[in-house]
Design a protein around this ligand. Structure first.
Ligand code: IMP
Ligand code: ZN
Length: 353
């Protein structure tokens, strides 16, 4: 690719109105936001931990070692509120028009309850509507598989309470956490589905055939990653075929999987096999702060490594709207915005030929 083509692709990916369906709040905080939160703790005289030099992770284990550092900066309602507003602002600056932010309710003894944590995020989303009116934001409450049954139950009950109270903002549940530990708590997730919450589950970040089958049989509304399913990525042909049959949309986070070392190179990412099979997929960032990426960069990487045309990038974005947990009216409006961009960029290209 020539340098002019690269610049064209860069600016196209930045200008494209994008849809982010897989972003963990604390993993999405840039160094700039972390420094701001650190300064805030300093001015309050409440330093919990010095901000160490944050190195990019090289393995799943190193990735999970970074989260406690970020969590030490979001340990009050005020800090969670600021983190939410600033994270939304950065996605907005990157041209994102729809964002589903997910985050695990966290209590801090004597400082914040899980409910206060969740309400701080909702306050952040509501405040951001005035600051950044062109981005629509929803919240998925996370269940951390590592934190045990009681914690999972609390988060699910909180999510059910919150969807009743804030149906415009809280729309779903996310199963996440260190994939090498804990359990998927599928029996608990069933309860939240009955309450109207959509469900997305991290799946197959590490090889685990029994859990993969359990998750596929549970039929979440979306899946995250689905890495160790294809035979070339520590999976099996039967598992891959079962995934394809399920037709469940998959959130794919290229850089996250490379930096965690679960995929050896961009060219060999499961994106290739899923895209070739015509499976529903969407491009997402996972933890843009921890992995030093952006949604525009992820689109650019996908376009370069899998030879996607600009029109295909538009189509992938329109598909993401379809797989989102927005209402039908919201989906229709978002699709119109992307189609307007699509037709404008097609006519600009033909006018310059
Ligand atoms: P939070 O939920 O806003 O605190 O975001 C950080 C949390 O997201 C981590 O503690 C994990 O539970 C979860 N998380 C972030 N990235 C990943 C991933 O790649 N796989 C599984 N869980 C993740
Ligand atoms: Zn994730």
């Amino acid at each position: 690719m020539s340098s002019t083509e690269k610049i064209n692709l860069d600016s196209f990916c930045r200008a494209l109105p994008k849809v982010e369906l897989h972003a963990h709040l604390n993993g999405s905080l840039s160094l700039r936001i972390m420094k701001k939160l650190y300064e805030l703790q300093h001015s309050d005289g409440r330093i919990l931990m010095d901000l160490p030099n944050i190195e990019e992770p090289n393995s799943l284990e190193e990735c999970f070692q970074l989260f406690p550092i970020v969590h030490s900066l979001t340990s009050t309602s005020e800090a969670v509120f600021i983190a939410t507003c600033d994270m939304i602002g950065e996605f907005y600056d990157d041209g994102v028009i729809y964002l589903e932010v997910r985050s695990t309710p966290r209590a801090v003894d004597g400082v914040m309850t899980k409910k206060e944590y969740v309400e701080a995020i909702i306050r952040g989303i509501i405040t951001s509507k005035n600051r950044y009116p062109e981005i629509l934001v929803k919240y998925l409450i996370s269940v951390d598989r590592m934190k045990g049954y009681e914690s999972a139950k609390q988060n699910i009950e909180l999510a059910i309470e919150m969807i009743e109270q804030y149906p415009d903002y809280v729309v779903g549940l996310d199963l996440s956490g260190d994939p090498s530990k804990g359990s998927a708590f599928l029996e608990l997730l069933e309860k939240s589905r009955k309450a109207g919450l959509k469900i997305t589950a991290h799946c197959a970040e590490v090889p685990n055939e029994i859990e993969i089958m359990d998750i596929l049989n549970f039929k979440p509304d979306r899946l995250g990653h689905c890495t160790c399913i294809h035979p070339t990525l520590n999976g099996k042909e039967e598992l891959f075929q079962r995934l394809i049959q399920s037709n469940i949309p998959i959130e794919l986070c290229l850089t996250s999987n490379i930096k965690c070392g679960t995929v050896p190179s961009y060219d060999l990412h499961q994106f290739k096999y899923l895209y070739e099979a015509g499976h529903p997929i969407c491009i997402a960032t996972d933890d843009k702060g921890v992995f030093n990426t952006s949604l525009s960069k992820e689109f650019e990487l996908a376009a370069r490594h899998f030879q996607l045309s600009q029109d295909t990038l538009c189509q992938l974005t329109i598909n993401s709207v379809k797989y989102s947990f927005a209402s039908e009216i919201e989906k229709s409006r978002l699709t119109d915005v992307i189609n307007a961009f699509r037709f404008q960029s097609v006519s600009t290209v033909s006018n310059t030929k």
